[in-house]
Write a protein that binds this ligand. Structure first.
Ligand code: EPU
Length: 419
C-alpha cells in the first residue's frame, strides 16, 4: 500500500498546467463506444478511473490504446454486451455505460455500482429514464439485464426529479442513437455535460440546449468518430489553488477553464486571496492569513458551488481567521475528511449537512487516511499548510482523479514523496 509523506510549512510558488478532466473523459469514453469510426481523445488524464473505463471498453470488444495523454478508441464492432461485476465495481461511474450500450446495441447486462463512499448513491433516476426510453430492465442478484424489445431505444419526454449528472449523461448517450426525439427536462448543467455533447455533435449527434436545463436530442442511425480535446479539470484546478491558498504563496494555473471555475473562484476570492484570471490563466496570491468566508458555502448543482471542491476549500479554511460554515446539499456523506483534519488540529463540528469550521492559528502533521478522492486531496492540502510531517494512506482514492499529484505539488515547491 503506497502512501504520501508530506512535509508542510513551506510556501508554494510556481506554474502548473491543468490536467484534462476526469468527469468529462469518463462519459466521453463511454460515448466512444457508440461510434463506428475511430475516436481520438487528446488531453485525456492518466488516471486509474480512466484505465478502468478502458478495461470496460476492452471487455466489450473495443480497441483502446494510450500514448501519453492521447487515447485512441475504436468501436467498429462489439464482441459482447455484458460488463463483468468486478469492472462495474471498480468505478461508480461505470453506470453511464448502460445508456451507451442500450443506444449502440439495444441491450446490456451491468451491475449496480458498488460501495458507499459518499453515502447512498442510488441509480433510480437512471433506471426510470432508461425504462421511459423503452428498455426492459430486470434485476437478478445484483445484475441488471436490460433490453429494448425493438432492438433500439425510443425517444421520450423525461423530467429528472433532481439534475443528476450521471442520469443526464445516460439519457443523452442513449438518446443519440434512439428512434425519434428525446426531451430531457431538469437536466444537469455541469460543464462536463457540455463537453460530452460537443464530442457527440462532432460525431454527428443532434443535441440542442446542453448547458441549460432542457436538452433536446434527435436520435441518429449511427455516429462516426472524431478527434476531441478533453476540457480542463475545474476540480483539479480548485484543488491546486486551494493548496496554495492554504500553504501561502503564489501560483499560475495554465490551461484553465475560467468561466467554468467561476463559482469556485468567487468564493475563494472572499478569503482575501488576490486572483487574476484571463486567457486561460489564473494567477493566485495568498495573503498572510486567509479570512473565513462570511456567507454559508452551500454546495449546489452547477452553476452553484461544486460539491467536489468542498473538501479542499474546507482544508484551506481550517487555518483561516474566523469561522466558515459549509452546507453539503448534494451527497449525504461527504464530510468523511473532517476526522483527519481534526487530527491535524482543525476545529470542525459536523451537524448533519452543516460543517462549522473555526479557523485555528496552526495545524500540525499527523497520520491520516484518505477515504475518498476529494477528501484525500483535502488531506494533502491541510498537510501542506501544517507544521511538521504528515503521512497519508489510502492514496489509491487520490490516484483515481489526480494525474501525478505529487509531481504537480512538487512543481509548486511543496514537499511530498510517494512511498
Ligand atoms: N442520485 C439519486 N438517484 C440517481 C442518481 C443520483 O438519488 O439515480 C443522487 C445521488 O445519490 C446524489 C445526487 O443525486 O446524492 C447527485 O448525484 P449525481 O448523479 O449528480 O452524481 P454522479 O453522476 O454520481 C458526478 C461526478 C461526481 C460529482 C457529482 C456531482 C462523475 C464521474 N462523477 O457524480 O464526482 O460529485 O456528479 O457534481 O462525473 C468526484 O469527481 O470526486 C465525484 C464524486
Amino acid at each position: 500500500m503506497q502512501k504520501f509523506i508530506v512535509t508542510g510549512g513551506r510556501r508554494l510558488r510556481g506554474e502548473l498546467a491543468l490536467q484534462g478532466c476526469k468527469n468529462s473523459a469518463l462519459p466521453i469514453m463511454a460515448a466512444a463506444l457508440m461510434c463506428r469510426g475511430e475516436c481520438v481523445l487528446t488531453d485525456c488524464p492518466k488516471l486509474t478511473d480512466v484505465y478502468s473505463a478502458a478495461r470496460i471498453l476492452g471487455c466489450l470488444g473495443c480497441k483502446c490504446s494510450f500514448e501519453g495523454n492521447t487515447a485512441v478508441i475504436s468501436a467498429g464492432t462489439l464482441s459482447g454486451t455484458e460488463i463483468p461485476e468486478e469492472l462495474m465495481r471498480e468505478m461508480r461511474s461505470s453506470i453511464i455505460f448502460m445508456g451507451a450500450m442500450l443506444g449502440r446495441a439495444g441491450e446490456c447486462c451491468v451491475s449496480v455500482p458498488g460501495g458507499c463512499e459518499l453515502g447512498p448513491r442510488p441509480i433510480d433516476m437512471h433506471l426510470a429514464a432508461m425504462r421511459k426510453m423503452g428498455a426492459e430492465i430486470r434485476e437478478d442478484g445484483g445484475r441488471l439485464i436490460c433490453r429494448c424489445p425493438d432492438g433500439r431505444p425510443k425517444g421520450a419526454r423525461i423530467t429528472l426529479p433532481f439534475p443528476s449528472v450521471g442520469a443526464t449523461e445516460n439519457v443523452i448517450l442513449c438518446a443519440c442513437l434512439a428512434e425519434g426525439e428525446t426531451v430531457l427536462n431538469n437536466a444537469a448543467r455541469e460543464p462536463e455535460i457540455c463537453d460530452l455533447c460537443s464530442f457527440l455533435r462532432k460525431c454527428g449527434a443532434d443535441i440542442r440546449g446542453d448547458g441549460g436545463s432542457s436538452i433536446a436530442i434527435s436520435g441518429k442511425e449511427s455516429l462516426s468518430g472524431c478527434e476531441h480535446r478533453i476540457m480542463p479539470d475545474r476540480i483539479a484546478g480548485a484543488t491546486y489553488l486551494s493548496m496554495t491558498a492554504a500553504a501561502g504563496g503564489e501560483m499560475i494555473l495554465t490551461n484553465a477553464c475560467i468561466p467554468e471555475m467561476e463559482p469556485f473562484l468567487s468564493v475563494l476570492e472572499q478569503t482575501g486571496c488576490s486572483i487574476y484570471a484571463g486567457s486561460g490563466r489564473i494567477f493566485l496570491r495568498s495573503g498572510a492569513r486567509l479570512r473565513a468566508v462570511r456567507d454559508r458555502i452551500r454546495t449546489m448543482p452547477h452553476p452553484g458551488f461544486p460539491t467536489d471542491a468542498q473538501a479542499v476549500l474546507m482544508a484551506a479554511l481550517a487555518k483561516a481567521d474566523g469561522t466558515s460554515v459549509f452546507e453539503e446539499n448534494i451527497f449525504d456523506c461527504r464530510y468523511r475528511h473532517t476526522d483527519a483534519l481534526v487530527k491535524m488540529g482543525a476545529d470542525i463540528q459536523v451537524l448533519g449537512k452543516v460543517a462549522v469550521v473555526k479557523g485555528v492559528a496552526s495545524l500540525h502533521g499527523a497520520k491520516a487516511e484518505a477515504t475518498d478522492l476529494r477528501g484525500g486531496a483535502a488531506l494533502i492540502t491541510a498537510a501542506l499548510a501544517a507544521d511538521g510531517v504528515s503521512e497519508i494512506t489510502g492514496i489509491s482514492h487520490i490516484d483515481r482523479g489526480y494525474e501525478k499529484i505529487e509531481e504537480a505539488v512538487t512543481a509548486l515547491g511543496g514537499r511530498i514523496v510517494r512511498r
